[in-house]
Design a protein around this ligand. Sequence first.
Ligand code: PXG
Length: 290
Amino acid sequence: MSLEVYINGKYYPKADAKVSVYDHGLLYGDGVFEGMRAYGGKVFRHRAHIDRLYESAAAIQLNIPMSKDALQQAVNDTLHRNQLVDAYIRLVVTRGAGSLGLDPAKTSDPQVIIITDHIELYPKEKYENGLEIITASTIRNHPAALSPRIKSLNYLNNILARLEGKLAGCSEALMLNHRGEVAECTGDNIFILRTGRLLTPPIDAGILEGITRNAVIELAHRMSIEVAEIPFTRHDVFVAQECFLTGSAAEVIPVVKLDGRPIGTGGVGELTKKLMIAFHQLVRNDPQAT
Ligand code: PXG
């Protein structure tokens, strides 16, 4: 059976799930999205993702035409309908179709789309041996231009950085912010272990407040590891003992080289290994999964 996609309360086979070419999501990137994961039939931090989607929408004055509870239910219904237990979920809300022109007032009926599909993961080898990443010359969007806190359909900033990574043979790339500090990777947050503390850039470094990032901070606290959300630079990554990335798709993944320079021993760090195990346990036993 082909997977079905939810659009505004109806289900369509994957091949027939379409929006108008006049949709401002397509014409201008005017819309918001979430990427989440289901484990054992439950969506990890479901409500946190829904909350972030509504916040992204509020930030661009886009009214999602259904309640949070109804949307959460629709996600679960779509998963059940497609008989997916471990899945990737892409929630998209576009501004909707309208006449040409930037003005959102030219649109009507936002499109609420729920795609549930099989998960595409990094190869197992990357979790065992770690990723090698480069620093992209493309910086993260200036918060006063397009706030990185908004998970909008404008991902070109990150795509350009990702292309730089790919040209260098890397599947992720580090992005700095407008101040030259470490911000995040193109689809993942970053952590380093430096002088016994876990460091991760603060939200006002111009990053997305990752839900995996927040879960890992909680796990580290439970393991009595000090975590500081403070600005740091590439220098701190070069001299760090360990480095890893977090994201819904990647989960927790080690980084062993930045710009060709080995981090720490150049192998996967011991704390990183512990956090990877703890995260795998959490996603299958989290009281916040619904
Ligand atoms: N930073 C950016 C810029 C992101 O887009 C994260 C950090 C991690 O956030 P979460 O909440 O997932 O821990 C993201 C999330 C994909 C995909 O299909 C991308 C994300 C999430 C899920 C899937 O590439 N990005």
